[in-house]
Design a protein around this ligand. Structure first.
Ligand SMILES: C[S@@+](CC[C@H](N)C(=O)[O-])C[C@H]1O[C@@H](n2cnc3c(N)ncnc32)[C@H](O)[C@@H]1O
Length: 274
C-alpha cells in the first residue's frame, strides 16, 4: 500500500506498484485484459478485482514457477475471472485485436533498447505484439525502473568494499553490475511511439521505502539483492565481513531523525493507445 506521502507501507513494493499501475489504467468492469510478465500477480490481482465477474484477465510469464505463483494467488483470492499461462512476450499467440488493455509491470526493455545510449539493440518484437493484440483504441500501460536507491547504494558499497578490503582489481570493482534494468522516460516514449502508439504519456514518480533498522535493510538486501551474492561469491563469511566493514556507516546518509532509513525508488509509468 502507498500512503499520501508516497511512502510504501510494509516492504511488499511489488504489490504497491502493481496497484498503482492498475489505478492509473482506469480499467472498467467487463474489460478483457492481458498482464505481461505477471510474476506473482502484483498487477493481475488488483486488475481482476476492478474488471469484475463480467471481465477477464490473463497473466502470462515465461517462467513456470511464476505462473504457478499467480495461479495460487488467483485461487486464494477466490477470483473466477483470471487465469495465467506460460508464454514469452516476444511471441504472443493471441489473435489480433483481442484485448481492451495490456498492462505490464517491470518486465524491462533493456534487452531491446539501450536506455543509456538511447538506441535499439534489436527489433522490438515485444512492443509490436502488444500493439497487435490490443483492440483499436485499446490502452497499454507499463511500469519500469528509473532508479532503485537501495540497489544503487548497495552497488556503490560493494565497489568500495572490493577496492578497499580485497585484492580485486579496479576493473572488477567497476564491473559490479547495476542489477536491474535502469530505463529512461525519453527511451520509453521513443519505444512506444516508434511502434505506432498514440497519446503516449510517460512520467516518473518517487516512492519512499522505509526500513526500521540497518538489520532490516540488510536482510532485505540479502533476500533480493543478487549482486551481493554474485559479487561476494555466495560466500556467507565474505557477506558477513562486508556487513561488518561497510555498515552502518555506509548507509548513514539515508538515516532519518527517528532512526529509520529512507530509500527512494523512482518508477517510470508509461501509457499509450492503439
Ligand atoms: C520484475 S518481475 C515483475 C512481476 C510483476 N509484473 C510485478 O509487477 O510485480 C518481471 C516478470 O516478468 C517476466 N518476464 C520478463 N520478460 C518476459 C518475457 N519476455 N516474456 C514473459 N515474461 C517475462 C519475468 O519472468 C518476471 O516474472
Amino acid at each position: 500500500m502507498i500512503n499520501e506521502e508516497n511512502e510504501i507501507i510494509g516492504l511488499d513494493f511489488w504489490s504497491a506498484f502493481g496497484e498503482k499501475l492498475v489505478q492509473y489504467m482506469n480499467l472498467t468492469p467487463g474489460a478483457r485484459i492481458l498482464d505481461i510478465g505477471t510474476g506473482g500477480g502484483a498487477c493481475l490481482i488488483p486488475a481482476a478485482r476492478i474488471i469484475g465477474a463480467s471481465g477477464y484477465i490473463i497473466g502470462i510469464d515465461r517462467w513456470e514457477n511464476q505462473v504457478a505463483k499467480t495461479l495460487e494467488n488467483i485461487k486464494s483470492n477466490l477470483l473466477t475471472n483470471a487465469m495465467a499461462e506460460i508464454m514469452d512476450a516476444n511471441d504472443l499467440t493471441y489473435d489480433n485485436n483481442t484485448f481492451d488493455s495490456v498492462i505490464s509491470g517491470f518486465i524491462g526493455f533493456g534487452d531491446v533498447f539501450d536506455f543509456q545510449n538511447h538506441k535499439y539493440r534489436k527489433e522490438n518484437d515485444k512492443m509490436k505484439h502488444i500493439l497487435r493484440v490490443l483492440k483499436p483504441d485499446g490502452k497499454t500501460g507499463f511500469s519500469t525502473w528509473q532508479s532503485q536507491g537501495e540497489l544503487d547504494c548497495l552497488r556503490k558499497l560493494l565497489q568500495d568494499y572490493l577496492a578497499k578490503y580485497t585484492t580485486k582489481s579496479k576493473e572488477d570493482s567497476n564491473n559490479v553490475p547495476i542489477s536491474y534494468s535502469k530505463e529512461t522516460k525519453e527511451g520509453f516514449e521513443k519505444i512506444l511511439q516508434d511502434v505506432g502508439f498514440n497519446n503516449v504519456k510517460v512520467f516518473s514518480e518517487d516512492f519512499i521505502l522505509k526500513y526500521e533498522s540497518v538489520d532490516e535493510w540488510f536482510n532485505m538486501i540479502k533476500r533480493s539483492g543478487w549482486i551481493l551474492h554474485h559479487t561476494l561469491d555466495k560466500d556467507e563469511k565474505k557477506i558477513l565481513d562486508f556487513k561488518d566493514k561497510m555498515l552502518p556507516h555506509g548507509i548513514s546518509s539515508y538515516k532519518q531523525k527517528d532512526g529509520s532509513y529512507y530509500f527512494t525508488k523512482s518508477v517510470i509509468f508509461a501509457f499509450g493507445t492503439k
